[in-house]
Design a binder for this molecule. Structure first.
Ligand code: HEM
Length: 447
């Protein structure tokens, strides 16, 4: 234990994490935000992220308890500020993300990705265009609904109101957090009503799916040990369940419904956007896919491990486009880092977007170069953290990267694609980052 602590302490001096102090309203124009970020001073603040002593900040995470008066993420895993309450939930959730459990999800990842391939096949046959971001959203939502909640949405064939509801909640979140006066403007009322309805739809759906699962459990049916079962366990015993316990389960339902889907879809879309303009990288990654999986339809867990260059491509995608671009903490006591005095009560924002684009950490930061993540390259500890760092880092990191690899490997195995001309490469900051253009592609079967 002592040795481990020493290693971490050493690294604090060798690597840096940009932290900035935030009191500003953001716009969803990333360029504007970037100018502001760049004017801030990076200092080594990794100890703040690594320690459970600094809670998620009240200003941002506290605000997400409700969205315009409708309970939203409440005390769920992402937003919980009380350490003990968070820790209890995280321990219960961990088994649903163990590597053994994740291996068992390969079938679902393959099956759902296959439905996307059928859709792309249709697009290629009909010579129409594919809105890649939209399609990736469908596949990741299909996966999370099936894997986490045992529900078949089959969004490649059916339409449901969920993608739009998630989109509205995210948009609402941005205004709610970044513009304290938004709710005061009467012109915003129709939008706020829509956001409340969207949020309520997600929570009502959660209540129905949880009820169904509880009935199955009471009837002694064999239920999967999935995220839904773990969510039910976080709320305590059925006999003594209070209204607050019920609400708490819904907090986590909405948390996983949103956190488990959108960021991965955005990563996939950015990845296609970059590959479409970098023929050398594209050729290299296709070659690897051909060598590792050839013509096989079902990709195994072990084969995912052999797709080393594809992993590098996905990592580089998140360096330039960290789809969840940062996190923030409350500093409850005066501290001094790198000679900078951080007074008690300050809100520290850690931006993986800024870190990922700093020359100091990454040479030619605006060049997409997957070889930065070559297994023999020096590891970019603490200046690359698209899944955050420390105890509050992303629980679904491995899940997300397995899913992304299965989807990308199948797509590269079967299709050539090119961007429909005239699209921008801009980033839309909608709380999470996504490609503004939607990444519209023409798709052809590979010869
Ligand atoms: C490319 C995909 C993903 C990225 C880039 C990402 C990134 C992140 C980041 C940066 C955080 C910290 C958020 C904060 O502090 O505000 C986080 C937390 C979290 N993520 Fe992810 N995530 C991804 C996919 C997923 C998936 C697929 C799941 C679930 C299936 C998931 C579940 C969670 C949970 C539960 C937390 C809260 C962890 C805690 O505080 O204990 N994420 N993620």
């Amino acid at each position: 234990m002592q040795t481990r602590l020493k290693v971490i302490a050493n690294n604090i001096y060798r690597y840096e994490v940009a932290i900035v102090f935030s009191f500003r309203t953001f716009s969803n124009d990333i360029e504007n935000n970037e100018k502001w970020w760049r004017s801030t001073r990076p200092i080594s603040g990794v100890e703040i992220l690594m320690s459970p002593k600094y809670p998620k900040d009240k200003f941002v995470y506290g605000k997400l308890f409700y969205l315009f008066g409708q309970r939203f993420l409440g005390n769920g895993l992402v937003t919980a500020q009380d350490h003990d309450q968070w820790y209890k939930q995280r321990r219960i959730m961990d088994p649903a993300f163990s590597s053994l459990y994740l291996r068992g999800l390969m079938g679902t990842f393959n099956e759902r990705a296959e439905k996307l391939m059928d859709k792309l096949s249709e697009v290629a046959d009909n010579k129409t265009e594919a809105h890649m971001h939209r399609l990736f959203n469908c596949v990741t939502l299909d996966v999370i609904a099936k894997v986490a909640f045992g529900v078949d949405l089959d969004l490649m064939e059916n339409t449901t109101p969920f993608p739009q509801a998630i989109e509205l909640c995210l948009k609402g979140m941005v205004f709610h957090v970044r513009d304290s006066f938004f709710w005061l403007n009467p012109r915003n009322r129709p939008f706020m009503n829509k956001v409340r309805e969207a949020c309520s739809l997600l929570r009502t759906t959660g209540a129905q799916w949880i009820h169904k699962r509880k009935v199955a459990m009471q009837n002694g049916e064999d239920v999967p040990k999935d995220i839904l079962t773990q969510i039910i366990k976080t709320a305590g015993k059925e006999e003594s369940m209070t209204q607050e316990d019920e609400e708490f389960m819904l907090d986590n339902f909405v948390t996983f419904f949103i956190a488990g889907q959108e960021t991965t879809a955005n990563q996939l879309a950015f990845c296609i956007m970059e590959l479409a303009r970098l023929p050398d990288v594209l050729e290299k990654v296709k070659k690897e896919v051909d060598e590792v999986i050839g013509m096989k339809q079902e990709i195994s867990y072990d084969e995912l491990g052999q797709l080393v260059y594809l992993s590098q491509v996905l990592k580089e995608t998140l360096r330039m486009y960290p789809t969840a671009p940062g996190t923030s903490r409350d500093v409850m006591e005066d501290i001094v880092i790198d000679g900078v005095h951080i007074p008690r009560g300050v809100n520290c924002v850690f931006s993986s977007y800024v870190n990922g684009r700093m020359e100091k950490f990454f040479k030619d930061p605006l060049t997409f170069d997957p070889d930065r993540f070559h297994p023999d390259a020096p590891k970019p500890y603490y200046c690359y953290y698209p899944f955050a760092l420390g105890p509050r880092s992303c629980l679904g990191q491995n899940f997300a990267q397995m899913e992304a690899k299965v989807v990308m490997a199948k797509l590269l195995q079967r299709f050539d694609f090119s961007l429909v001309p005239g699209q921008s490469f801009d980033i839309l900051d909608n709380g999470t980052l996504r490609p503004k253009s939607g990444v519209v592609c023409s798709v052809r079967h590979r010869k």
